[in-house]
Design a protein around this ligand. Structure first.
Ligand SMILES: [Ca+2]
Length: 99
């Protein structure tokens, strides 16, 4: 978990290149290079722009660290939801659910 947190911070800092927030192109690059397995449409500029606008709480056109963390939280939530749904929909013969 510590490694995951460090990665999350490192990816932001590296993508922001010393700035406080990610500009449109920085964000595009981050999504393309880091999230292409977890998200669909990462190669669509339009989809990524819409995602950036959705995250941009203070509407400065850039993605600040907190706004970026919102994306991380959202992705973690949807990933855990997918896993839970998968576990529930997969019959498990070795460890049957209590009824
Ligand atoms: Ca912003």
């Amino acid at each position: 978990m510590e490694a995951a947190i460090q990665t999350v911070v490192k990816v932001f800092l590296k993508s922001a290149k010393g700035k406080e927030s990610l500009g449109g192109k920085d964000f595009q690059r981050l999504v393309e290079s880091q999230l292409s397995n977890i998200l669909t449409d990462t190669d669509s500029k339009k989809a990524v722009n819409e995602m950036r606008e959705g995250l941009d709480a203070n509407q400065d056109g850039k993605v600040g660290f907190e706004e970026y963390m919102k994306l991380v939280g959202y992705l973690a939530t949807s990933l855990s939801q997918q896993r839970i749904n998968k576990i529930r929909s997969t019959p498990n013969t070795t460890n049957p659910a209590p009824d």
